[in-house]
Design a protein around this ligand. Structure first.
Ligand SMILES: *Cc1c(COP(=O)(O)O)cnc(C)c1O
Ligand code: SF4
Length: 446
């Protein structure tokens, strides 16, 4: 990342351009697809790409043998299956797919993977450990995280829930689940029994994969609990599949009914979505968000900071400004979770802090995302510069989480590849790294 130069250089109005050309027609497999067909949510879902061979067939002569084999190698390592909508697939720059930020997120290459960090965890955020009933995580005093499904309209190769999302891969066995109203009763009963809980994040998986009836079932059941004040449906859909908002009226109306009902009760129903790079934003994104905006449905964005995707000042500022222009509130930018198969994406805490400095002051404060680190071990989200101690040379930060797990110490580690060579050598030896970590914890005052 260009941390030496924190300046935005694209010009003040760069964010006002929203792509509206027929970009998909440059892909051999889609050259005859009309705009009308491409806008149809059913067409997008039906033509989603789930296999490397489909990538090759759709790209035709634009797929080199080397790239094809690199994708096959990637499939042997990745914890996530492939699933991509034609829409987001067509936004990849196929003249240079290796360096493309969208390709990086959805189509892993064998050559890009790095060994996992020695302290990675499959459930880095301890969502399963902090779970009082299956599919529910209760970590914070007044809010819970509910995962009603483990399927998504796309699969991100870096998913923080790769342990459960999207089915087994060559490398990882996992159990996925779908919507199950009987089991959900336990979730509703638990929330009813906790009067302090006011806020439910409905994630997964992805709300786009819930049917209109399921959206209403979950919405109605949660809204009738008197102490519940706020619901958030989490979906990456708006970023990768805006056609659903625009052309699946049944689904849109169901969501809107839940939203209107909540409003009549003085409660909130909002959407949290997940745009990572400005390359994912088109005129379709703007139209989809506008349809929600016209109904008064608030949309916020949560992005993950990733090397080669959004770790430059230009990309991050452009992302923030374009989201703001569409009326999407840039809410969070996360440090990457320390989960398997992600080491090549991770950045250091220092880079996160520098990027936050570069973004702040660029636009309205309420459109300035908070850069956070969701602490490994379930300490919750903390502002990226609020560590108790940070040893940048050793790549070790030490944290507290007074409202979540008071008295407990948390640590986050920068990617080893970014550390000085001699420190990398120390990280290779277990006793040495333990020593470095203990020193940092002591210096933090524990
Ligand atoms: C992120 C998260 C929430 C919501 O936190 P906010 O900071 O309000 O967005 C709730 N529960 C869990 C377990 C979470 O990880
Ligand atoms: S959409 Fe969200 S839950 Fe689904 S694979 Fe991507 S990051 Fe994971």
């Amino acid at each position: 990342m260009g941390t030496d130069n924190l300046k935005f250089t694209l010009g003040d109005l760069a964010h006002r351009n929203f792509r509206s050309d027929e970009f998909w027609r440059e892909i051999p497999g889609y050259k005859d697809v009309s705009r009308e067909e491409f806008q149809d949510h059913k067409w997008q879902l039906k033509n989603s790409i789930v296999k490397v061979d489909q990538v090759k067939n759709i790209l035709g002569h634009r797929c080199t043998d080397a790239f094809y084999h690199d994708m096959l190698e990637g499939q042997k390592i990745t914890p996530m299956n492939i699933r991509i909508t034609p829409y987001i697939f067509s936004l990849i720059n196929w003249d240079d797919p290796t360096n493309d930020p969208i390709r990086k997120q959805f189509l892993p290459l064998g050559s890009q993977f790095l060994p996992d960090h020695p302290y990675y965890q499959e459930d880095s955020l301890h969502e399963d450990i902090d779970s009082p009933v299956p599919t529910l995580t209760h970590r914070y005093p007044d809010k819970v995280l509910f995962l009603p499904t483990t399927i998504c309209p796309v699969y991100c190769s870096y998913c923080t829930r790769s342990r459960i999302i999207g089915g087994s891969t060559e490398a990882v066995e996992k159990e996925t689940y779908g919507f199950n109203p009987k089991k959900m009763q336990d979730v509703f009963d638990y929330i009813k029994s906790k009067p302090a809980v006011e806020d439910v994040v409905i994630s997964g998986g992805d709300a786009f994969m819930l049917t209109s009836k399921q959206i209403e079932f979950i919405g109605d059941n949660l809204l009738e609990i008197p102490h519940i004040r706020r619901l958030r449906f989490a979906t990456k859909g708006i970023a990768i599949y805006p056609q659903k908002i625009l052309t699946d009226d049944e689904w849109f109306n169901a969501l809107n009914r839940v939203h209107k009902k909540a409003r009549s009760m003085g409660k909130q129903v909002v959407i949290h979505t997940h745009f990572s790079s400005p390359k994912e934003i088109t005129e379709w994104s703007r139209l989809a968000v506008d349809r929600l905006f016209q109904e008064g449905i608030v949309v916020r964005n949560q992005a993950v900071l990733q090397e080669g995707v959004n770790d430059t000042v230009n990309d991050m500022v452009l992302l923030v400004r374009q989201l703001s222009l569409m009326n999407v509130q840039p809410y969070y930018v996360y440090m990457h979770d320390m989960v398997p198969g992600c080491e090549h994406f991770r950045t250091s805490i220092h880079e996160g802090v520098e990027l936050e400095k570069a973004v702040r002051g660029m636009t309205a404060g309420f459109n300035t995302p908070t850069f956070v680190c969701d602490l490994p071990g379930g300490g919750g989200k903390r502002h990226v510069a609020s560590y108790e101690y940070y040893d940048r040379d050793h790549g070790i930060s030490v944290w507290r989480a007074p409202n979540v797990k008071p008295g407990q110490v948390f640590t986050y580690f920068d990617p080893i590849r970014k550390l000085p060579k001699e420190v990398q050598a120390r990280w290779a030896i277990e006793s040495e790294r333990e020593k470095m970590i203990q020193e940092s914890i002591k210096k933090a005052g524990f």
